[in-house]
Design a binder for this molecule. Structure first.
Ligand code: NCD
Length: 318
């Protein structure tokens, strides 16, 4: 088993074998999570602190459940009520928490790079739960596990990522992961929502959804991230839905067995038709949520093993 990371800050530093290690371990946790008694002790005695500086429903809930099911003491910091509001810097908050000896810090922050910076100041494993437009590694890993289970493999697939690519850390992490695993990734969206220079990531870019969806195995839809837009990126939601909203007619262009994904939260009738999102024959959106807990258990378990090894080595040297 190979997983040589101290932190999980992004997909970028991971080797394909490390990605496979996380997914294989997560499979075991999928089984555990389907039992009546969902307890293991991989994180027993460890303290996990969740710091979310941006709103979150499924990511925060699943990190909390993941930690609890593995026996960690889990604390959710309410960042709304924290001293950040009184002017304390992110680093001061981190140093304060560090003095309480956490073992795992799970951090979501609106600024790209903030989680990386924080990881340099603390003595524990840090997991990036989304930093600005940069990365969201556990989302890409849970998407990968969902795809692998639905398609029976995670290579040589045609995967379309559609919509607001420019503002999406989910898209970035997925482009990196799916590329490393040797899939063909297509990006579909209006030029205003396509990041400059994206072609160098080895993806194909389409403006027309009907062209881009031809022969794809997976259709991954993204939310229009209005909170990250500071102007008119789209003409109107109605027009956007007409051109880029996924409905049964547009999906019929993809392969007959193509699956539909969305990281949530979804805007029904903006980027996806509500009935299609609920169609259990095509949509794997609920599977993504289930895989999210298992993948986060696996990621924290692997990081905790490395943390313990590093501490033992330090103890031997001291
Ligand atoms: C995503 C995020 O926060 O980046 N949501 C999630 O984690 N499931 C995507 C989004 O907010 O649109």
């Amino acid at each position: 088993m190979s997983f040589n990371q101290k932190h999980l800050l992004g997909i970028e530093p991971l080797a394909p074998s490390e990605i496979t290690t996380v997914l294989d371990l997560a499979e075991q946790y999928v089984d555990l999570n389907r039992r009546d008694v969902k307890h293991a002790d991989a994180l027993a005695g460890l303290t996990q602190i969740n710091m979310f500086f941006e709103n979150s429903t499924r990511t925060q809930a699943s990190f909390e459940l993941a930690g609890k099911r593995l026996g960690a003491d889990v604390m959710n910091m309410s960042m709304q009520a924290s001293s950040i509001k009184k002017g304390e810097t992110l680093i001061d908050t981190a140093m304060t928490l560090n003095a309480m000896h956490p073992d795992l810090l799970v951090v979501r922050h609106p600024h790209s790079g903030a989680v990386d910076l924080l990881s340099q100041k603390v003595n524990c494993a840090v997991l990036n739960a989304g930093d600005g437009k940069h990365e969201h590694p556990t989302q890409a890993l849970l998407d990968a596990l969902t795809i692998r289970r639905a398609k029976g493999r995670l290579h040589r697939l045609n995967i379309a990522i559609c919509g607001d690519i420019a503002h999406s850390r989910v898209a970035r992490s997925n482009i990196l992961l799916l590329g490393k695993m040797e899939n063909r990734v297509r990006l579909i969206g209006p030029p205003t929502l396509m990041p400059a220079g994206i072609a160098k990531f080895g993806v194909e870019v389409y403006e027309d959804m009907r062209e881009g969806l031809q022969d794809v195995d997976v259709v991954m839809m993204l939310r229009l991230q209005r909170e990250r837009m500071d102007g008119g990126f789209i003409p109107s939601e109605r027009e956007y839905y007409h051109r880029y909203g996924l409905d049964a007619a547009k999906l019929s262009i993809a392969k007959d067995d193509a699956i539909v994904m969305h990281p949530g939260p979804m805007n029904r009738g903006v980027e996806i038709d509500g009935t299609l999102a609920d169609d259990i024959n095509r949509s794997v959106i609920q599977d993504q949520v289930e895989m999210g807990v298992a993948v986060r258990m696996a990621a924290m378990d692997l990081l905790a093993r490395n943390l313990r090894t590093a501490r033992t080595e330090q103890g031997v040297m001291a």
